[in-house]
Ligand binder design. Structure first.
Ligand SMILES: Nc1ncnc2c1ncn2[C@@H]1O[C@H](COP(=O)(O)OP(=O)(O)OP(=O)(O)O)[C@@H](O)[C@H]1O
Ligand SMILES: [Mg+2]
Length: 172
């Protein structure tokens, strides 16, 4: 496990105010970013007192509760779907640690996504709750896709942890 990630996980557990509000886990496909984040979440649930982490993917087909793109699209609806989305987003705001996986998978984020993400990050920062964002997008892509407001919140506010190595999915 990446040593810095372990330190950042401990800082989150201690509610350390010096912890960066956003951790950007960056690296090529297959290097173990999701694996590492899931290991940290398992550890977090077993600490004393236990932490309540949350995990969501940026875009996921057929699973609206676990797809940020869908949640932000549903958020403003006055029907039951909107109700569910708002409840889920509420949980994402208060989770002790939030892992947003695969930022960039949604390809062309609509305005609801940009605004929703910025608001989510602001509310979490205000509560001193760290957000870990996993992506293999470059800085330039992040700026182009999510706009200056999100770039400021994601990249400028973040400690970047680079995950390197080989694609572990390649069967050797
Ligand atoms: N430290 C590890 N020990 C053993 N297996 C690992 C380790 N890290 C990752 N793996 C395995 O390697 C594969 C790729 O890991 P993972 O899915 O975490 O990559 P990723 O960086 O999230 O890739 P992507 O950017 O495509 O989402 C998975 O099958 C995972 O179980
Ligand atoms: Mg992954």
């Amino acid at each position: 496990m990446n040593k810095r990630l372990v330190e950042l996980a401990r800082m989150a557990q201690a509610r350390d105010r010096a912890a960066p509000p956003v951790v950007l886990l960056h690296g090529p496909t297959g290097t173990g970013k999701t694996f590492a984040a899931r290991a940290v979440m398992r550890w977090a649930r077993r600490t004393s007192p236990p932490m309540f982490p949350a995990y969501i993917q940026s875009f996921r087909i057929g699973d609206r509760e676990n797809s940020m793109l869908s949640l932000f699209a549903d958020e403003a609806s006055f029907d039951e779907r909107g109700e569910r989305a708002r409840a889920r987003i509420g949980n994402l705001i208060t989770a002790d640690l939030l892992v947003i996986d695969d930022l960039g998978n949604e390809r062309n984020p609509p305005a609801t996504f940009e605004a929703g993400l910025a608001s989510l990050l602001d509310q979490r920062k205000e509560k001193n709750r760290p957000t870990w964002i996993i992506t293999n997008e470059t800085r330039g892509d992040l700026l182009n896709k999510y706009g200056a407001r999100n770039f400021s919140r994601i990249v400028n506010a973040a400690e970047v942890v680079k995950i390197t190595g080989r694609d572990r999915r390649i069967h050797a």
